[in-house]
Write a protein that binds this ligand. Structure first.
Ligand code: ADP
Ligand code: MG
Length: 449
């Protein structure tokens, strides 16, 4: 079935054709008719299955009708991260290319003054992060009293403890009789219940409750000791040579550190986390989207919603023990029917995570046993010591000299002398051999005592 049967207008149909969308995805096919009838909707469908276009089309069709109201904010989309707000804005702008409606991304980290001009000159759709939307409400620079459609993308995240107060405050500024739409790949019953407080007799469309992850993502795990994980990771990269890999770590500091190690080894890598300036975050996202780098080392900032074409691998360097977060993280690959691999490092005492993940994703995780030759190793490998340092609680010691001093700004270089001259980028296989031979007697990936 094509989009035409959904009763869309010609300008939207033309834009969808230009975007290469030939037929609606299941969430679009089931959701759009309800949305166009004005129903409130809770929409659950797997990652990368076109939820953005489902609500984007609805907003645009609805707003295109009210010509006299042009330039007033009649739709508000809330998203958990700035990067996602920017991405959603782009998608709505593409779908609305032939309509004269303006969509603006309103997010923190961007000069607030810069948002005032477009807001005062007339915007129809605002896509924003809650904090900045509240700032504008307080400054009285954003009037939400005409909102007809409000959307919470990544709704379960938006209604969890971290955001819910802000969301309530924002929704209170919108009319009671608005249409409210909630979308996510994961919609736990508690959130569904809670969300009804903000909705009128919502319809529920659940496309894939039993299997939260798409089958096009092949899932693997590698069991390692804490001591061996970094080497195993580097070997994995050397063997897989991922075209585009998103690597998840737990902390901002961890993201910087792993990224530095990768840069030192000559990988084209950048970090993405919430302690970086927006400028730097934009640069990392841009480099990743344009494939100027192969690896993005990110915190869970990148786990929700981001749609980057060609992500071949998601690697959980720090595997999360929250199955919902796992579903979103691995959902950055295998989007819209494409293949992808998700590989998770599991410590020996974390093995129980595997069966939980298998249950929620309704799939089997295959074990990867890394067999490698010394020649396969990426350049120098004498950093196992650093990771073992961690386990001895010496986290604060800087690990490496910066390969590119300029990129290290703001890292608090006063913390002590740099160690180990990480600048050496020449292949150092002989060092590698020595290291490994000195470890003889241990099974490399086995547990150490
Ligand atoms: P979700 O929000 O469900 O994770 P997105 O809305 O980010 O997924 O969509 C994933 C990708 O699929 C985007 O690049 C989007 O442009 C594209 N897409 C959406 N709908 C269609 C469609 N009907 N046909 C082809 N591509 C689509
Ligand atoms: Mg999405």
């Amino acid at each position: 079935m094509g989009f035409k049967k959904l009763g869309l207008s010609q300008p939207v149909l033309s834009a969808l054709t230009e975007m290469g969308f030939s037929k609606p995805t299941p969430i679009q096919e089931k959701g759009i008719p309800l949305l166009l009838q004005g129903e409130d909707l809770i929409g659950q469908a797997q990652t990368g299955t076109g939820k953005t276009a489902a609500f984007g089309i609805c907003i645009l069709e609805k707003l295109a009708l009210g010509k006299s109201e042009r330039g007033k904010v009649r739709s508000l989309v809330l998203a958990p991260t700035r990067e996602l707000a920017i991405q959603i804005t782009g998608e709505i702008q593409k779908i609305g290319k032939h309509l004269h409606l303006r969509t603006l991304a309103v997010y923190g980290g961007q000069d607030i003054e810069r948002q005032l001009g477009p807001l005062s000159s007339g915007v129809d759709i605002v896509v924003g992060t809650p904090g900045r939307i509240l700032d504008h409400i307080e400054r009285r620079t954003l009037d939400l009293s005409r909102v007809e459609v409000a959307v919470l993308d990544e709704a379960d995240r938006m209604l969890d403890m971290g955001f819910i107060e802000d969301i309530e405050k924002i929704l209170q500024k919108t009319p009671q009789n608005r249409q409210t739409l909630l979308f996510s790949a994961t919609m736990p019953p508690t959130i569904t219940e809670l969300s009804k407080k903000y909705m009128h007799a919502p319809q529920e469309v659940r496309v894939s409750e039993d299997s939260l992850s798409v089958k096009s993502i092949r899932q693997y795990f590698i069991e390692v000791s804490k001591f061996d994980r970094l080497n195993a990771f580097l070997i994995l990269l050397a063997q897989k040579k991922p075209e585009l890999a998103l690597v998840f770590v737990r902390t901002k500091h961890g993201a910087d550190r792993l990224n530095e190690i990768l840069e030192d080894r000559g990988f084209r890598s950048m970090a993405l986390h919430g302690d970086m300036s927006q400028n730097k975050r934009d640069r990392s996202m841009d480099a990743f989207r344009r494939k100027h780098i192969n690896i993005l080392v990110a915190t869970d900032l990148a786990s929700r919603g981001l749609d980057v074409t060609g992500v071949s691998h998601v690697i959980n360097y720090d595997t999360t023990d929250d199955p919902m977060t796992y579903v979103h993280r691995i959902g950055r690959t295998g989007r819209m029917g494409k293949d992808g691999e998700a590989i998770s490092f599991i410590f020996f005492d974390q093995a129980s995570i595997i069966s939980i993940i298998e249950k929620v994703t309704d799939s089997k995780l295959e074990e990867i046993k890394l067999n490698f030759k010394i020649e396969d190793l990426p350049r120098r490998v004498n950093f196992a010591r650093r990771e073992s340092d961690d386990s001895r609680g010496r986290r604060d010691r800087p690990r490496n000299g910066p390969p590119h001093g300029a990129r290290r700004e703001g890292r608090g270089d006063s913390r002590g002398p740099r160690c180990e001259g990480g600048r050496d980028r020449s292949p150092h296989i002989s060092t590698a051999k020595k290291e490994f031979s000195s470890r003889s007697g241990h099974q490399f990936f086995g547990r150490r005592n």
